[in-house]
Design a protein around this ligand. Structure first.
Ligand SMILES: Nc1ncnc2c1ncn2[C@@H]1O[C@H](COP(=O)(O)OP(=O)(O)OP(=O)(O)O)[C@@H](O)[C@H]1O
Ligand SMILES: [Mg+2]
Length: 244
């Protein structure tokens, strides 16, 4: 069984049909990079998977649980951690408390165990010295690295990352992308929406290209950046434009 099964979904906002009879599966392993022009439904897809948007028809199963059933949403959000373009940490809590609050309150984990894991993750993202900083004392890149650590605190089966570096300057963005590469090497399953093509090429096992709410191409990384890119003029142009 696939980890995430998107089965023939349709999602519209008013008259605007964003995803139409859209199907795709994501396995229990690997990094999928989702590319495509602005407005094609990349964020909408991730938000539907996580139950942040309702779907009009079809179904999405996360580890066998349907997003159509309200009672599944809590579990689905635990299974799929999501990080967005910008993250607001709870402003009144320091970094450590931001990390441990959900595992303790939602998963019922013992506090000392959560703190241990938080410290491990902060080491991993290179921010152990920020343990007691608050949101407004962190740079944008640091906030995003904390957001990744916070998502990992729930031991998710998959991470959904939506343009997590697009609000950052290049240097900060590199720091964040390095963490994602490290997690990918550890075998964390990821769905990544990004416009960072060189990064996509380094990290992806699979590349999905969406346009007008449909899958235009779904191949291995290797195939996408060689054959598909050569054969599909539209994709070649997209990659070219992003580079400039
Ligand atoms: N809550 C909403 N209400 C109305 N329209 C929406 C809403 N969210 C998204 N849309 C529209 O749906 C379409 C798809 O949006 P989406 O955010 O999924 O695109 P995207 O592929 O992530 O684009 P980008 O690369 O710019 O982030 C867009 O035309 C957008 O304007
Ligand atoms: Mg988007």
């Amino acid at each position: 069984m696939a980890m995430i099964e998107v089965r023939n979904i349709t999602k519209a906002f008013g008259n605007l049909v964003v995803l139409k009879n859209f199907s795709v599966d994501f396995d229990q392993s690997g990094v999928t990079v989702i590319l495509g022009p602005s407005g094609t439904g990349k964020s909408t897809l991730l938000r539907c998977i996580n139950g942040l948007e309702t779907i009009d028809s079809g179904d999405i199963l996360v580890d066998g649980l349907s997003v159509r059933e309200k009672k599944n949403l809590k579990d689905i959000r635990i299974k799929c951690g999501m990080v967005f373009q910008q993250t607001i940490l709870f402003p009144h809590l320091d970094v450590l408390e931001n990390l441990v609050i959900s595992p303790i309150k939602i998963l019922g984990r013992p506090r000392n165990e959560a703190i241990e894991q938080a410290k491990e993750l902060l080491n991993k993202v290179g921010l152990i010295d920020k343990l007691h900083s608050k949101h407004n004392e962190l740079s944008g890149g640091e906030q995003q690295r904390i957001a990744i650590a916070r998502a990992m605190m729930m031991n998710p089966k998959a991470l959904l990352l939506d343009e997590i570096t697009s609000a950052l300057d290049p240097e900060m963005s590199t720091e964040v992308l390095k963490i994602i590469e490290k997690l990918a090497q550890d075998g964390v399953v990821m769905l990544i929406v990004t416009h960072e093509i060189p990064f996509a090429r380094r990290i992806a096992s699979r590349v999905l290209f969406l346009e007008y709410g449909s899958v235009v191409s779904d191949t291995s990384n290797e195939e996408f950046f060689t054959t598909v890119k050569e054969d599909n003029e539209r994709i070649a142009r997209f990659i070219q434009n992003i580079h400039h």
